[in-house]
Design a protein around this ligand. Structure first.
Ligand SMILES: CC(C)(COP(=O)(O)OP(=O)(O)OC[C@H]1O[C@@H](n2cnc3c(N)ncnc32)[C@H](O)[C@@H]1OP(=O)(O)O)[C@@H](O)C(=O)NCCC(=O)NCCS
Length: 143
């Protein structure tokens, strides 16, 4: 999955972009959650708060990823529970996200209670650079 990047960026550029992101992280704008196993980061998810004055209850979930070797063990689900908990703590009651249409991630989000709104054509590029439709999802966080 792209997770906001392209394969052509290469590992070192991607690594630098994450180091810069962490160094400049402003938690009023974005939270970065990680899943750890034996001291090693095995997953991440970002919560990006809406900047709109009339939508401080809304945030976008971005870059959800679990390391290939530990997928299917509930880590993604645990991360998304942590996302919801952190979102609630910040007064967020509406989460939304996009992922590439027809990817395994669609089944994952549907399994954990996200509602699909629809698909936007040519929304973003796959890692190989091909433009791909985006599937849009939301979840309301009730008290
Ligand atoms: C999608 C992803 C985050 C799921 O993480 P995970 O730790 O493997 O997921 P979990 O083990 O917590 O799965 C929770 C539930 O989601 C569903 N699910 C997860 N992966 C699935 C898959 N590949 N196909 C179908 N359903 C899936 C299942 O219902 C699963 O419950 P079950 O194990 O009881 O059957 C992970 O596969 C990943 O990092 N994929 C690549 C990156 C990506 O696609 N990110 C999302 C883009 S925004």
């Amino acid at each position: 999955m792209a997770l906001g990047a392209l394969a052509s960026m290469g590992r070192s550029v991607l690594e630098r972009s994450y180091r810069d992101l962490v160094a400049g992280l402003d938690e009023r704008e974005r939270l970065l959650l990680v899943g750890e196993e034996e001291g090693k980061v095995v997953g991440m998810a970002h919560v990006v708060f809406s900047g709109a004055t009339n939508a401080d209850h809304r945030a976008e979930v971005q870059r959800v990823g679990v390391a290939t070797e530990v997928r299917g063990r509930g880590i993604g689900q645990d991360l998304m529970s942590a996302v919801e908990e952190a979102a609630r703590e910040h007064g967020v009651t509406l989460l939304w996200l996009t992922t590439h249409a027809d990817s395994d991630a669609c089944a994952f989000y549907e399994a954990i209670g996200y509602t699909r709104m629809g698909t936007m054509p040519n929304y973003s590029r796959r890692p190989d650079g091909t433009l791909w439709p985006g599937a849009f999802y939301f979840k309301e966080l009730f008290a």
